[in-house]
Design a protein. Structure first.
Lengths: 271, 306
């Protein structure tokens, strides 16, 4: 793993996301910035994929269940050559194929339409189960938010993943500690999330979700164990991470920068 | 009806090894043979309907044709948004099979009744909705669902539904005609599902008083076959008899289609009015409660025709 390369890539992706939110006059900055390091790491170091063959049966499937962080997915997919990044400039404008939540099939590499929370895990279980039955090697990585785990359907899917012995199924929690209006522990406390998923039958690893060495170490422990148990990585992250004035600030859940903030942000992300 | 569908599934499974049955811990005494024969292609996923729908969509994305079976309200209403997003929006070929449609689970109480399911499933783009009137139509339903590229919903009764072949006069392009031909009748009853039997019984009773009542039933309620639209467009007096809410029923769709063709006759919908069925009893008892049994239909139709 080239830590420096990953850090530079994340910085560049954050800058592009920030600019898109300004240009498109909307988007979910907080969740996009908290999840981008995880997405970057997965596409850089873990996932088996070929942008030339997006429908390859043996590919790993990445499902961004917390679909409001779509800009993080769009820019990551463009970074890894699924489509020309010029296309994303239509985001936020009439007639764009890039909606405010991902739509499957619109850009290759987007596995499912998400946006309504709590759907990704069950669809992911179905995919992982089908792949196992058909003896295809692909794995399924479903990224959910901590707020999303308020949804009961997440836990139904977790029980099924365990029951079906899906060791090709991964849940990744972007645990940024905040929901739309308030801190997660003030709304519906999900902790101890690692112990909960462990009790549901998962192999669990937990670390800082912005520290590539820590993420890498967690994945090394999870990734190669065909032990019949689904896997979970809890990424402890910070909402809006990467910009001094957006980090941990609730209003940046879905706010667009004004002209001054744009200038300030781009300057900070370029330094 | 459910055992007839099970038998059809066993037969069709021999030809299509992509079929995969998921049940929501429902189906005691129904699927044991299937489970024994096709252990690898059977899953009792437990009591988790939202999850069951998502899992079926994920499997359909990867080479399987899932058939998902449980009781109608849990299948279609509890997880309506999962059906909308995971199956319909992703255009996946999943076959939802609901048991106990309408008032079939009469004495189990209103949580187990369904009079909203058909409109809900019909509203979803590209969904095919199929409702057998009698056991021998189960196989046709499955075949139609399998031939359709998108998702389907099959609404079953429960069991013990009679075979209606004895009263069948003719059949054309998806419409079965019972008791009297539409071009020779005083009034046409449009129906689908097991309540067709009540319509036929009512027609036979009314025939003794000299009334000619044609009963036309369809198996595919969405999209409606063109033949039923053609037949009904020419009718002066139509009553749609349904084990479903009268608000936005199949009759409403039929009325829209025939109105577009210039129909200006009388059209009524007899169904479940705007209330839950909070009396306890068998399906037959509850049909009487809603004035939808054969005897009540006779009374209502006589008032209509006199």
């Amino acid at each position: 793993m080239d830590k420096l390369l990953l850090q530079e890539r994340s910085q560049s992706l954050r800058k592009k996301i920030f600019q898109s939110i300004y240009d498109g006059n909307g988007g979910h900055l907080g969740g996009s910035f908290s999840v981008i390091d995880i997405l970057n790491y997965l596409y850089s170091e873990v996932l088996v994929f070929d942008p030339e063959k997006p429908a390859l049966e043996s590919r790993d499937r990445l499902i961004l269940s917390k679909g409001h962080a779509c800009l993080a997915l769009y820019w990551t997919l463009a970074e890894f050559k699924y489509f020309d990044e010029e296309l994303i400039s239509s985001y936020g404008h009439d007639g764009s194929v890039f909606a405010g939540h991902p739509e499957y099939n619109k850009g290759s590499g987007i596995e499912i339409s998400s946006g309504s929370l709590g759907h990704g895990p069950a669809i992911g279980v179905g995919i992982a189960h089908a792949l196992k039955l058909r003896k295809i090697s692909g794995r399924v990585f479903v990224i959910i938010g901590d707020g999303e785990s308020n949804e009961g359907s997440v836990w139904e899917a977790a029980m099924s993943a365990s029951q079906l012995k899906l060791d090709n199924f991964f849940i990744i929690v972007d645990n940024n500690g905040m929901e739309s209006l308030d801190r997660t522990d003030n709304i519906m406390n999900i902790e101890p999330i690692d112990k909960k998923l462990h009790a549901f039958g998962f192999d669990v690893a937990r670390s800082n979700g912005h520290d590539f060495e820590a993420i890498h170490k967690s994945f090394q422990g999870l990734i190669n164990s065909a032990n019949g148990k689904p896997k979970c990585f809890i990424a402890d992250t910070i909402k809006g991470y990467g910009l001094s004035f957006t980090q941990g600030v609730a209003k940046w859940h879905s706010r667009s920068p004004n002209n001054d903030e744009l200038e300030l942000g781009l300057k900070e992300l370029s330094s | 009806m459910r055992t007839a569908l099970r038998d059809a599934l066993l037969e069709l499974k021999e030809r299509d090894d992509g079929l995969y049955l998921i049940v929501g811990d429902i189906g005691f005494g129904v699927f044991e043979e299937y489970e024994k024969k096709y252990k690898e292609d059977y899953l009792n996923i437990g009591i988790c309907e939202a999850n069951m729908i998502g899992v079926s969509a994920g499997m359909a994305m990867n080479g399987f044709t899932p058939l998902v079976y449980t009781i109608v309200p849990f299948l279609t209403m509890r997880c309506f948004e999962q059906i909308r997003v995971d199956i319909a929006m992703h255009e996946q070929k999943v076959i939802l099979i609901g048991v106990g449609g309408g008032l079939a689970y009469g004495s189990l109480g209103p949580t187990h009744h369904s009079f909203e399911d058909i409109v809900l499933m019909s509203m979803l783009p590209n969904f095919k909705v199929l409702i057998p009137s009698q056991p021998n139509e189960g196989k046709t339903c499955l075949e139609l669902a399998l031939a359709h590229e998108g998702p389907s919903y099959i609404r079953l009764g429960k069991n013990g539904e009679p075979d209606l072949s004895e009263s069948l006069l003719s059949e054309e392009a998806g419409v079965k005609i019972y008791c009297a031909q539409p071009d020779q009748c005083d009034l046409l009853l449009f129906s689908y599902g097991p309540i067709t039997d009540e319509c036929i019984q009512a027609s036979k009773i009314l025939a003794k008083s000299g009334y000619k009542i044609s009963v036309c039933s369809v198996l595919q309620v969405k999209p409606l076959p063109q033949s039923i639209i053609d037949i009904c467009s020419k009718q002066e007096n139509i009553i749609s008899v349904e084990e479903h809410s009268t608000y936005h029923s199949v009759g409403s769709s039929l009325l829209k289609r025939i109105s577009e063709k210039g129909h200006n006759g009388k059209f009524q919908i007899y169904g479940i009015e705007d209330k839950f069925t909070q009396v306890v009893g068998s399906r037959q008892f509850l049909l009487e409660h809603h004035s939808l049994d054969a005897k009540s239909l006779v009374t209502r139709i006589k008032v209509e025709l006199e």
